[in-house]
Design a protein around this ligand. Structure first.
Ligand SMILES: O=C(O)[C@@H](CO)OP(=O)(O)O
Ligand SMILES: [Mg+2]
Length: 428
């Protein structure tokens, strides 16, 4: 094997899919192998997430002057990591955590540390001549995830023009392989487009490539999607299920949830009743962020009511942090964790969050951000961690399909050892 010590690290500012700046890092090893990675960026960010910094922006986090995440990677981060073995991911990430020295990466920026951390993993995999998923996981046990395709966008991702709920996803768990699942998803997406056109809705897209029609209730998208699944020739519930991310922290304040489209203001208990009705009437198998990021009592209520039959995923609630996931386990709040590497800022800490969820027999759903790049790290990561499902937007738009296409490539390369998670990809 070639020399895997880190020779140089270089970061730059590039654009994400919303046209906003983000960080990309290149890592070159002494033996010549290299890795490149770019960090995505959220819009409906949880308030407990690690901090994202941008070059030239005035520092809001207690530092003086302006933020310089890229310059700091090219300066002190590069100097500190130089000579370290890229295969020692935990040690590299520990060095990044120490150098930052804060609980939420506000010093270096989680977007800067993550780009470096991911690029180090890629460089090490390249040096060993392995696919990233093989390097990060068990090469003999690739588990291909159910693609959770967000085909109808609302909330902040659609400029509050449509439903209050942010994401309506389809989960083609009945397919025999990930390649077929992607095809089923794209056929349903195109059927939905035809249905929307016929009803006089615009077919413009939201941030994650799903359609953003100006519907007047939060249930209308469910009717439209069930119809689209049928029109594409599949059985709603048996072959393709539906997942929701209401991202409810965005419409929660003063202890109530305000559903603008429906002119309703609901308590947590009333929201739980609503979700109970929705899951009885539609094939909804996952609800992410059904309640707000600090509404622990509401989450316990929701988990008691639906936790035995619906995967209840905490995104803003847990922000990929082990101490918050631990709190959820102790309180009986949720039964699954959304896994977003940039919420925490290193590969090692992301793996720790996945492992904690898995030890509890909780679900772990790896996720993109609404602002993305063509980086496919999360596709390989999901296969390696055997999490069973990956949400990464609509089966349209380059930065989203690139992840689904990577799953197709992995499945092909893995051949007979590849297994598609299907229904087993969900905790309930
Ligand atoms: O809420 C979410 O789950 C994400 C990704 O779909 O959105 P954002 O990246 O805007 O936080
Ligand atoms: Mg979410």
């Amino acid at each position: 094997m070639t020399d895997t010590r880190i020779r140089s690290i270089h970061a730059r500012e590039i654009l994400d899919s919303r046209g906003n700046p983000t960080v990309e890092a290149d890592v070159i090893l002494a033996g010549g192998a290299s890795g490149r990675a770019a960090t995505p960026s959220g819009a409906s960010t949880g308030k407990h997430e690690a901090v994202e910094l941008r070059d030239g922006v005035k520092d809001r986090y207690g530092g003086k002057g302006v933020q310089r995440p890229v310059a700091r990677v090219n300066g002190e981060v590069a100097v500190t990591l130089q000579g370290m073995d890229a295969r020692e991911q935990a040690a590299v990430d520990e060095a990044l955590i120490d150098l930052d020295g804060t609980p939420n990466k506000r010093n270096l920026g989680a977007n800067a540390t993550l780009a470096v951390s991911m690029a180090v993993a890629r460089a090490a995999a390249a040096a060993e001549g392995l696919w990233l998923w093989e390097y990060l996981g068990d090469p003999l046990k690739p588990l291909l995830p159910v693609p959770m395709m967000n085909i109808l966008n609302g909330g902040v991702h659609a400029g509050w023009q449509g439903p209050d709920f942010q994401e309506y996803m389809i989960a083609p768990y009945g397919a025999p392989s990930v390649a077929e699942a992607v095809r089923w998803g794209s056929e349903t997406y195109h059927a939905l487009k035809d249905i929307l056109k016929a009803r006089g809705y615009t077919t413009g897209g939201g941030d994650e490539g799903g359609f953003a029609p100006a519907v007047s209730t939060n249930t209308e998208p469910l009717d439209l999607i069930v119809e689209a699944i049928e029109r594409a020739g599949y059985a709603p519930g048996r072959e393709i299920g539906i997942a929701l991310d209401p991202a409810s922290s965005a419409f929660y304040s003063n202890d109530v949830y305000s559903l603008r489209t429906e002119g309703l203001t609901l308590t947590a208990a009333e929201m739980v009743d609503r979700y109970r009705d929705l899951t009885a009437a539609y094939p909804v198998i996952v609800i992410e962020d059904g309640l707000a990021e600090d509404d622990w009592d509401g989450w316990r209520l929701l988990t008691k009511a639906l936790g035995d039959r619906v995967e209840l995923v905490g995104d803003d609630l847990f922000v990929t942090k082990v101490d918050r996931i631990d709190m959820g386990i102790r309180k009986g709040a949720a039964n699954a964790v959304l896994i977003k590497p940039n919420q925490i800022g290193t590969v090692t800490e992301t793996i720790a969050a996945v492992h904690l969820a898995q030890q509890q027999h909780w679900g772990a759903m790896v996720s993109h951000r609404s602002g993305e790049t063509v980086d496919t790290f999360i596709a390989d990561f999901t296969v390696a961690m055997q999490t069973g499902h990956l949400k990464t937007g609509a089966p349209a738009r380059g930065e989203r399909v690139e992840k689904y296409n990577q799953l197709i490539r992995i499945e092909e390369a893995a051949g007979d050892t590849a297994r598609y998670a299907g229904r087993s990809g969900f905790v309930r």
